[in-house]
Design a protein around this ligand. Structure first.
Ligand code: PAF
Length: 297
């Protein structure tokens, strides 16, 4: 496994079909599931580790984003990566880029409305990673369901020759969706945060029992969160998976039911995928024990 800092070095090490797993580091089992899927389908697996300043609105969020490159490198190697591309900020952005990639519509609601400029930052860095690494496929988690729709739209609109693969959310055994930001939660906050997944699972049960109306599904999530006490969701929405359009009903194809909320100072997002063709909900993959986020460093 090699660690490199330039696109040229990454491409020089890429042989045959190449899969890229873009990350901001502080890897957990969710990232490892992406690396393993890339390993199964490609000759070369590249993991990028770059905390992209363009996608952070709040300076504190960027400053406190967890970072540990040595840990990331050994985890990526164990999961089967061939190359870790870990560029410096001065390499990625020697000057503030004058070009910004903006995906209209898909990026407007939910995360886009609550984090202005966030998706422009994501789309710009992903476009740069795809053009610099030139992978055949790139792997993203469905935890960021709207991000996945933004990236798929970007790739379609610009005819980028890369296959975008979205994979299920990985959860702690008690349901909490894995996120590098979870390490910032105190034990009490972590316990309170469980209401997010619990409320989505309740709505998933209603969907599987035949409820397809957005009002009823989002209402169930809101009611469960309200009953638990002091968490105020920023949004609860039912959206089409393909283009993140907010809908009134899940009628055909794939949707996601999404929630965002602050628990203490930490902003969390979660969702479940709803398949309207089969009346089934994907609650993600549950680990059997505590995730590696809780291992002593
Ligand atoms: O999902 C993430 O970790 C980031 O948004 C991504 C896709 C690596 C871009 O910085």
């Amino acid at each position: 496994m090699r660690v490199v800092e330039t696109f040229e070095a990454t491409r020089a090490l890429s042989e045959g079909r190449t899969g890229l797993v873009p990350t901001m580091g502080f890897l957990h089992e969710g990232h490892l599931s992406l690396i393993e899927a890339a390993r199964d389908a490609n000759e070369t697996v590249v993991v990028s580790v770059f905390v992209n300043p363009l996608q952070f609105g709040e300076p504190d969020d960027l400053a406190s984003y967890p970072r540990d490159l040595d840990r990331d490198v050994s985890l990526a190697a164990e999961a089967g990566a061939d190359v870790v591309f870990a560029p410096d900020e001065s390499y990625m952005y020697p000057v503030r880029p004058k070009t910004s990639v903006s995906v209209a519509g898909v990026a407007n609601d939910m995360e886009g409305a609550h984090r202005p400029g966030h998706f422009d930052g994501v789309a710009t860095v992903v476009a740069k990673l795809l053009s610099g690494v030139q992978p055949n496929a790139a792997y993203f988690g469905r935890k960021d369901a709207q991000q996945l729709a933004v990236i798929a739209t970007l790739v379609d609109d610009l005819s980028l020759p890369v296959h975008i693969v979205g994979l299920p959310i990985v959860r702690e055994s008690d349901g909490l969706a894995l996120s590098s930001r979870n390490v910032r939660l105190s034990p009490a906050e972590r316990a309170r945060a469980l209401v997010l997944s619990r409320s989505l699972f309740e709505a998933a049960g209603s969907f599987e029992a035949g409820e397809s109306k957005a009002g009823a599904l989002t209402g169930a999530v809101r009611a469960a969160i309200a009953a638990s006490g002091d968490i105020e969701p920023e949004y609860v929405e039912l959206a089409r998976a393909r283009d993140a359009a907010i809908v009134d009903e899940a009628v055909e194809g794939e949707y996601f039911l999404a929630v965002a909320a602050r628990v203490g100072a930490t902003r969390l997002i979660d969702n479940i995928t709803l398949d309207a063709d089969h009346g089934s909900a994907d609650r993600g993959i549950h680990l059997t024990g505590p995730s590696m986020l809780y291992e002593e460093g």
